[in-house]
Design a protein around this ligand. Structure first.
Ligand code: 13P
Length: 300
């Protein structure tokens, strides 16, 4: 079957918009109407006129789209694609941290489950973590589940005290990078600029030349001719597409298996059969929406 043709035909017939994260397999990104980082996808999902959204990403991304557009049908081709980072913070840990630090707002990374977001004051993504922290009037901020992103925000907003919850939350794909990798990359590619994601450890962030979200990487990588990219390898596809004459060195082991589940066949079946629709209980969605909309307002 010519999946590309059938997917485009079905999407047009059903008035569906296909959104894909920058880490998705290349063929899925190429079939999408919109690609982007977590913040860009959340914004586009909210603004979309289409009544059906197909979110090619991990579960929390589709959940975020559904929370922002409860009237739309939001489909995810592979609901088994979770985020190991999201599972590192649950609602009771948020409530316990708030009890231990009365009056301190909780900033929750979008890489979290809806029930956790519902207990938090505001969400953030890697693209706007510092802006979100700065937007809060309080001096002490609870932040989770990514302790590396918390450290990044702390470095950019030194006037606040950011408490990571849990102390050591992190993404296994980004956690594998070490300063030794950065040093080895500098030896091997002396002319390259090294850019890492803020989910990398603070040491790796400091050893790199630039730090930013996947969307930031796509914006900045036109500035130099050779780069070492320290994030999930899927990002190399949109980078190479946008900057065909630039040299990108990705890290072969930096693969998020959850991000790589969706195939063209899955996407075709999703559109054909309308599966799998995301459901978020209203009592959770209403509170989580407040946290996500506050973020969108804070980083406009
Ligand atoms: P971005 O928001 O930078 O695309 O990152 C999403 C993510 O899940 C990183 O692991």
């Amino acid at each position: 079957m010519n999946y590309e043709k059938e997917i485009k035909k079905l999407a047009a017939e059903k008035g569906a918009l296909i959104l894909a994260h920058n880490y998705q397999p290349a063929e899925i990104q190429d079939l999408a109407d919109i690609t982007g980082d977590s913040l860009e996808l959340a914004r586009k999902a909210k603004e979309a006129k289409e009544s059906t959204l197909v979110v090619c990403g991990v579960y929390f991304m589709a959940e975020t789209a559904k929370i922002l557009s409860p009237e739309k049908t939001v489909l995810i081709p592979r609901p088994d694609g979770g985020c190991p980072l999201a599972d590192q913070l649950n609602p009771s840990a948020v409530l316990a941290a708030k009890k231990a630090h009365p009056g301190s707002p909780f900033v929750v990374y979008v890489n979290s489950n809806a029930a956790t977001k519902a207990e938090c004051d505001i969400t953030c993504t890697s693209a706007n973590a510092a802006d979100v922290v700065r937007s809060l009037k309080e001096d002490t901020i609870l932040f989770g589940p990514d302790a590396n992103l918390a450290a990044y925000a702390q470095r950019l907003v030194p006037e606040k005290t950011i408490i990571p919850v849990p102390q050591d939350g992190g993404c296994p794909t980004h956690h594998q990078f070490s300063v030794r990798d950065v040093e080895a990359a500098r030896r091997e590619y002396p002319n390259a600029t090294i850019i890492c994601h803020p989910e990398c450890s603070p040491d790796v962030q400091l050893a790199s030349d630039l730090v930013g979200s996947t969307g930031y990487m796509i914006r900045r990588c036109g500035e130099k001719k050779e780069w070492v990219i320290l994030t999930e390898k899927g990002i190399i596809h949109p980078l190479q597409k946008k900057y065909p004459d630039t040299i990108f060195h990705g890290i072969d082991t930096a693969v998020c298996s959850n991000m790589k589940l969706i195939t063209k066949e899955d996407l075709y079946i999703t559109l054909r059969d309308g599966v799998v629709p995301i459901q978020v209980p209203e009592s959770i969605a209403d509170r989580a929406r407040l946290a996500i909309e506050r973020m969108i307002g804070a980083s406009a």
